[in-house]
Structure formats: structure tokens, C-alpha cells
Design a protein around this ligand. Structure first.
Ligand SMILES: Nc1nc2c(ncn2[C@@H]2O[C@H](COP(=O)(O)OP(=O)(O)OP(=O)(O)O)[C@@H](O)[C@H]2O)c(=O)[nH]1
Length: 400
């Protein structure tokens, strides 16, 4: 366990968790751009072999980002390695004020909390668990993964994100509050919460008292290592003590191509993607169809968006995608993607990009982020948006 002296203020380590695509990276990027003077050290963990999340936050931080690749932190990564990185970040000469660990969307938060509690670095202290919830997908995700309630029960702050896309935000908030067991619940669009929530979300006295190793050692393997999965992209958890983990049965496919993709073929692939393929992220090179931009792609459930952004001057052109799903035919998907590579990369016809542009942010006003949305930034003082247990009476009363 960590132990500080009165002369060495400890650096809080906040664990940022939440199901696939809930908006963890978006929230983290918001924090990085709105942290005021605070310096945030980041540890990113991806499920797929290509580290898309690390790429998405690295630009903002440079050497204060550490990436722990392929596999859920809760199982595949050596605890010692994480601890070593926490120590390095904590002793960074630039002076880190807080460390945020962005867990993979399939990680078990209690395992991560346990790892941080077990840290041998005297400079760091567990700073709380933040769970991000996708309000639009919450009902379906919870149906498939009832264990989400267990994650919410451990959280110190729950960010109910994507309230712009949810049909019944109030219903989601009610369910979340019930499961969150007294933790603060805050609603957000595009992860825009006041950073003070997170840096202040250190477990309250009461919750520190409640949270012990016994609480988080739900699998009884007690050594803190959480075991290990086999190599490769496959993260099947059967037979190694992690069958109850969120990622049991999930597989990831990593696809990379130095040759440009054909937009029509890729759109056909995306439009016909199988039900179990829950998450796709990465970026695409459409070659002559748009030589200036690469297209970031995000699919979460049936939701799909492309975000064009200019290639860097020296940036190597290419496509990198990670696909995550349950019950998917990994080899088949890889083959299908290979079939989307353009046969004539130097050629482009006029209408080829139409299918892609339908999914570019801004084409759909509902998802368009405008400067006015900044008014939606939730601050701790904003009582209307911070839902606390005390609000319960107010919210419940009208229905009684
Ligand atoms: N409409 C809408 N989209 C959002 C919001 N927050 C995030 N997104 C989008 O949701 C997609 C997934 O967001 P990420 O931040 O990458 O999610 P994540 O939790 O880091 O994903 P994983 O690491 O794969 O688990 C991206 O396309 C985001 O732009 C929101 O509040 N509203």
C-alpha cells in the first residue's frame, strides 16, 4: 500500500472506466484541454493490438502519456509495469498534479482500483473511480451485461454521457443513481464536465472506509495480478479465472493497410456489419478520394461517424482499424476488410465519397457540436446538473 509523509503531497490516480464507446477518450481529451494549470499524466489501455486511444490523446500530452497496449489492464498487463509507469509519471520533472488511467472499454474497474490501491509508489494515492455511461446505449448494454451495476456501485463519480442522443435521459439517470449507491452522478454531452469533478472526486471519507481490498477482490485471486490471457488479439477469458469479466467472449480484430481504402466497398462493409460487432475505431485513408484528410471512424452499436482531419505533413498514409465484438468471425472480418482496399488507389470518381459523407459529423445536426454547447458545460456549482442522493426526493416525488 502507498504511504506518504506529510511533506510529500500524494498525486491522486483517478481510474476512468466505462463500457466500449461510452466516451472515455472524449472526456479525457476534454480534461486535457480544459484543466487550467493542472498537469495531467495519462495511462491509456487499449483492447486491440493497434493503440487507437493512445493516438487519440497522445497529441495533446506528449511525454506525459503512457500507453499500455493490447489487452485489458485488468488481466493482460503486468501489475509491476503499471506501477512502474505510475512512479515515472509521478516523478516526471514537469510536475504532474493528477494521473488518469483510461481503462479499456472491457476492463473490470475493481481490478484496476485494486492495482492502484496496491501501488508501491509512495508518491501516488488512489484518487477515485469515474464511470462513464453511454446514455443512448445504456439500456441495451445493461441487458447484455448486468455486471455494469456492480461497476457503478464502486464508482465515486458517474458521468452519464451522450445525453444528446438518449431518448429518456431521466430514466437512465434514475437507474444509474440507484445502482451508483450514493456516488455523485453528473450528465454530460461529449464528455464536457468540469475537471474539478474528477480531481475532486477522491473517494469521500465514507467511501474510503467502505472500499477495501476485500471489496475489490471479487474474484478471490488476491495476488493483485489478475492472471494473464494468452497472446494475440483474442481476449477469451474462459478457463483462466476471468470468465465473469466483461470482456469474456469478446474479440478484437486489428486491421492495417498502407494502401488506400475504397470508400464504396468500405461503406458496404460498414452498412452490413454484423450485430455482434459493437465497436469500430481508427482512421481511414481514402487515397485520391480525399488526399488531404484522413477519416477518423467511430462505430458504437449501430451509431457510425466519420471525422475528417488533415494528414500531418510528415505523416505516413495508411489505414488502422480496431474492431471489437462478441461472437464475431475475426478471420472473416479481416478478409472482408482486405477486400475493401482500393484496386486503383490513384483514381477517384466524383460520387465515390457520398456514402462516407453521410456519416460525417455536422451532416446530422443532432450531433453537431456548436459553440453554444459550451453553455452545457457542467460545473460543480451547477446544482441542476449534479444529481446527488439528496435529489432523489425531488425527482421521485412527481411520479408518486
Ligand atoms: N453524440 C455524442 N457522441 C459522443 C459523445 N461523447 C462521445 N461521443 C462519440 O462517441 C464515440 C466514442 O467515443 P470515445 O471517447 O472514443 O469512447 P471510448 O469510451 O473511449 O471508447 P473505447 O475506448 O472504445 O471504449 C466517438 O465517436 C465520440 O465522438 C456525446 O456526448 N454525444
Amino acid at each position: 500500500m502507498s504511504s506518504g509523509t506529510p511533506h510529500t503531497p500524494q498525486i491522486p490516480v483517478v481510474v476512468l472506466a466505462g463500457f466500449l464507446g461510452a466516451g472515455k477518450t472524449t472526456l479525457l481529451n476534454h480534461l486535457l484541454h480544459n484543466s487550467g494549470g493542472s498537469r495531467i499524466g495519462v495511462v491509456v489501455n487499449d483492447f486491440g493490438a493497434i493503440e487507437i486511444d493512445a493516438l487519440a490523446v497522445a497529441g495533446a500530452l506528449g511525454d506525459s502519456t503512457v500507453s499500455l497496449g493490447n489487452g485489458c489492464l485488468c488481466c493482460a498487463v503486468d501489475v509491476g509495469e503499471l506501477d512502474e509507469y505510475l512512479g515515472k509519471l509521478a516523478r516526471s520533472p514537469s510536475g504532474i498534479d493528477v494521473i488518469v488511467i483510461e481503462a479499456s472499454g472491457l476492463a473490470e474497474p475493481q481490478e484496476l482500483v485494486r492495482m492502484v490501491l496496491a501501488s508501491e509508489q509512495p508518491e501516488v494515492v488512489y484518487g477515485g473511480l469515474v464511470e462513464v455511461v453511454d446514455a443512448a446505449e445504456f439500456g441495451q448494454t445493461r441487458e447484455r451485461h448486468p455486471e455494469i451495476d456492480r461497476h457503478l456501485a464502486l464508482a465515486d463519480l458517474v458521468v452519464v454521457n451522450k445525453t444528446d442522443r438518449a431518448e429518456d435521459v431521466e430514466a437512465v439517470l434514475r437507474t444509474v443513481r440507484e445502482a451508483a449507491d450514493g456516488a455523485a452522478v453528473v450528465r454530460a454531452k461529449h464528455g464536457r464536465v468540469d475537471p474539478e469533478f474528477l480531481f475532486d472526486c477522491r473517494p469521500s471519507q465514507e467511501r474510503v472506509g467502505q472500499l477495501s481490498f476485500d471489496d475489490v477482490d471479487l474474484y478471490g485471486d488476491g495476488d493483485g495480478s489478475g492472471g494473464e490471457h494468452g497472446g494475440g488479439d483474442e481476449q477469451r477469458a474462459e478457463g483462466n479465472g476471468h470468465g465473469g469479466h466483461l470482456h469474456a467472449g469478446y474479440e478484437s480484430v486489428s486491421f492495417a493497410s498502407a494502401r488506400a481504402m475504397d470508400p464504396r466497398r468500405l461503406m458496404r462493409f460498414l452498412d452490413e456489419r454484423p450485430e455482434g460487432l459493437y465497436r469500430i475505431k481508427g482512421y481511414v485513408d481514402f487515397g485520391a478520394y480525399d488526399p488531404r484528410n484522413r477519416y477518423l471512424v467511430h462505430a458504437v452499436g449501430r451509431f457510425l461517424r466519420f471525422y475528417p482531419e488533415p494528414w500531418g505533413r510528415q505523416e505516413e498514409r495508411g489505414t488502422a482499424l480496431v474492431l471489437i465484438g462478441a461472437g464475431i468471425d475475426a478471420a472473416g472480418l479481416e478478409k472482408e476488410l482486405a477486400g475493401c482496399v482500393s484496386g486503383t488507389p490513384g483514381e477517384a470518381d466524383e460520387h465515390g465519397m457520398w456514402g462516407v459523407l453521410r456519416y460525417v459529423q455536422g451532416e446530422d445536426d443532432a450531433d453537431l457540436v456548436t459553440p453554444e454547447d459550451d453553455a452545457d458545460l457542467v460545473t460543480p456549482e451547477d446544482d441542476a446538473d449534479l444529481v446527488t442522493p439528496e435529489d432523489e426526493a425531488e425527482l421521485v416525488a412527481p411520479q408518486e
